[in-house]
Design a protein around this ligand. Structure first.
Ligand SMILES: [Zn+2]
Length: 168
């Protein structure tokens, strides 16, 4: 399990968060988030986390197309919330998380909602943040084992994550 202190140590600032996302998403060979071209280079004028694509001429950052894109919440808080959720064996209330992260509860509630959805779509991007307890989380979603009596949308990893869905 990866605790909050460990999360702080590993990703002490935004640059570290970005670097981690780039590694998990691209594995050392960055690709344009719009056209998938690998003819990209670090953007010279913009901030350090932006890239320039020479194929479609757009600039992008690793957060494009992820839940981290276009939010006003800093990446460290996102990372911390993901770890809190994945570590909370008995579920995490948005009120508790809001206190831990010193944020407003409605903001945390909507972040948790997006994180849950993202765990289904692209779990690897998020589960890379913490050392998963496999017996608990169950590893990657296995569609083949999906039981027909599972509720719609509840297949795979989400059905094994005991996170409370209410904003109590
Ligand atoms: Zn492109």
């Amino acid at each position: 399990m990866t605790g909050i202190i460990e999360i702080y140590r590993r990703w002490p600032d935004r640059a570290a968060c970005i670097k981690h996302l780039e590694t998990v998403r691209w594995g050392g060979s960055p690709a344009c988030t719009y056209c998938s071209s690998d003819k990209v280079a670090p953007h010279r004028e913009a901030s350090r986390d932006r890239w320039q694509c020479w194929a479609c001429h757009k600039s992008f950052s690793v957060t494009v197309g992820t839940i981290f894109h276009n939010t006003h919440v800093d990446l460290q808080r996102w990372f911390l919330l993901v770890s809190l959720m994945l570590n909370a064996k008995k579920g995490l209330s948005s009120c508790q998380a809001a206190r831990d992260l010193e944020m407003r509860q409605p903001t945390v509630w909507s972040m948790m909602h997006r994180i849950r959805a993202a765990l289904v779509d692209d779990g690897a991007l998020l589960t890379g943040l913490v050392e998963m307890d496999e017996t608990y989380v169950g590893g990657k979603p296995r569609k083949a084992n999906h039981r027909s009596d599972d509720p719609p949308g509840g297949q795979g990893i989400t059905s094994k994550l005991p996170m409370s869905g209410t904003s109590n």
